[in-house]
Unconditional design. Structure first.
Ligand code: SF4
Ligand code: SF4
Length: 470
């Protein structure tokens, strides 16, 4: 039996107390003191003990995130001196896209390497903007995919980054006449990059590169961020070069398996030169996810590029426009454009920006992506709070601007990716799909609120009376 791809996880506790959701308000003056049934000792998560240690060490007055809000202390205190409230700091975490609960989930996954279980079912809104208006059809589970979830069958999460030939030609003696291009497969539809909007330094790049190597995936890097420390990981790095940099960075191109060229006029000529010099290199063309992206993708599909990489903003929105479309609509537009010109099977599509959860990876693939990149999520795995201090040149509250233990940080990133891979396998299993490549563009396994509203709710309830999505 061939070896299965499996990500080994190891618990990696946070270095700092994460900002917790709940805070306890304790009316101390009402404490009976001698009731001898103090609920503080009964907290199964030891929150009060940890709080005392935390305070006595004179650490920052942050609320601990481990309170599970079970309400035991509130219900069982003989004098009812406790009440639970939302930590005011929690409300300031993240932004409208990278919400506080997402950060909590990502922290948990990086800590434990497991899928967070909420226990009491889904309590979120029925529908929301972005990926929240798209649901995966989880009713297609079949015996092999159910067993795939439990590891008794394969569910393959591999994707290719190399170009494909769709038709083979043979010589008269039945030898292969078609030039088969170099093949590059990665075990997950997930690559790494850091967003220029936040902190990029060697302290975080090194563990990311280490994790990319261990996981068998790849990481995008700009030449100015490359340090000698990263050279052992060259095979897992994708240098992102402009047209002019490509001519000056030959050693970087030589040492990598994949190179990304920023789209620019005449980029096809640079691509042909690199292809001629290094026929085995995988060439990616990077470009903004804007209005021109669908048409440009159709042109570049004929240029011989292996993969097209589209950059949305950090919230997954189209760039360079006042009325941006979200990633899912943009992926669909590009995917369908390539289908219409008969090029989709030959080339791969990769999308960056706004991938905040494992389900976003699966939903992006359903829309038509081959793979996506994790960016802010990787920094969040290293305890980033998205406070934006680094943008203002102020020191980082979780010290990501200082040297950190690379093996601990690598461990946290691996844990996060392991949790995402488990979720992808669960989703694919429930959708009855055993190959990530088969999921690509498979919109039949999803439901879109906009379509349901138009086809079902509209005829029943008429025109929408309050503004909503779209
Ligand atoms: S609510 Fe539950 S978990 Fe939180 S402090 Fe009270 S007893 Fe502990
Ligand atoms: S915690 Fe704040 S300062 Fe540190 S990396 Fe994240 S956004 Fe930047």
């Amino acid at each position: 039996m061939p070896q299965k791809y499996h990500i080994h996880t190891k618990t990696a506790p946070p270095r700092f107390h994460p900002v917790g959701k709940y805070a306890t308000v304790e009316f101390h003056e009402n404490c009976a003191g001698s009731c001898r049934q103090c609920v503080k000792k009964r907290c199964v998560y030891n929150i009060f003990k940890e709080n005392v240690l935390h305070t006595s060490a004179m650490q920052e007055p942050e609320y601990l995130y481990t309170c599970m809000s079970c309400f035991r202390c509130i219900q069982e205190c003989t004098k009812g001196i406790f009440s639970r409230t939302i930590n005011p700091d929690y409300r300031t975490l993240g932004d409208e896209y990278w919400r506080a609960e997402n950060l909590h989930r990502l922290w948990y996954q990086a800590h434990m390497g497991k899928i967070p279980v909420s226990g009491a079912g889904y309590r979120g809104p029925f529908v929301g903007p972005g990926f929240d208006s798209m649901w995966t059809d989880m009713s297609e589970i079949v015996r092999p995919t159910r067993d795939g979830i439990h590891g008794r069958e394969y569910i393959n999460t591999c994707v290719e980054l190399s170009r494909r030939v769709t038709q083979l030609e043979f010589n008269a003696d039945m030898t292969l006449a078609t030039q088969v291009p170099a093949l590059l497969e990665i075990p997950l539809p997930l690559l790494f990059r850091l967003s220029p909007q936040l902190l990029i330094n060697e302290h975080v790049l090194l563990p990311m590169a280490m994790a990319a190597k261990q996981l068998g995936t790849l990481m995008f890097i700009h030449p100015q961020d490359l340090t000698p420390q990263l050279s052992p990981y060259a095979a897992n790095l994708i240098p992102c070069l402009s047209r002019d940099q490509a001519a000056q960075n030959d050693p970087m191109i030589r040492s990598s398996r994949v190179v990304e060229l920023a789209d620019a006029p005449g980029i096809e000529r640079v691509l042909s030169e690199i292809r001629a010099a290094y026929p085995d290199k995988i060439i990616v063309i990077g470009m903004p996810l804007d209005q021109k992206a669908p048409a440009r993708s159709a042109e570049l599909a004929l240029s011989g590029a292996d993969t097209l990489h589209f950059y949305a903003d950090d919230h997954g929105n189209e760039v360079n426009t006042a009325e941006p479309r979200f990633l899912k609509e943009m992926i669909r537009a590009i995917h369908l454009k390539l289908v219409s010109v008969g090029q989709r099977q030959k080339i791969n599509l990769l999308f960056s920006g706004g991938i905040a959860m494992a389900e976003h990876m699966a939903k992006a693939i359903i829309c038509g992506a081959d793979a996506v990149t994790a960016d802010h999520a990787l920094l969040i795995a290293l305890e980033c709070r998205l406070c934006g201090m680094c943008r203002k040149g102020i020191s980082c509250p979780v010290k990501l601007d200082e040297p950190l233990d690379a093996s601990w940080a690598c461990n946290r990133i691996i844990n996060l990716v392991a949790a995402w891979q488990s979720q992808l396998i669960e989703l694919m299993g429930a959708m009855g799909i055993r190959e990530a490549r088969r999921l690509r563009g498979e919109v039949g396994r999803s439901m879109w609120f906009e379509n349901l509203e138009k086809d079902h709710f509209g005829p029943l309830f008429g025109e929408r009376k309050v503004p909503g999505l779209g």
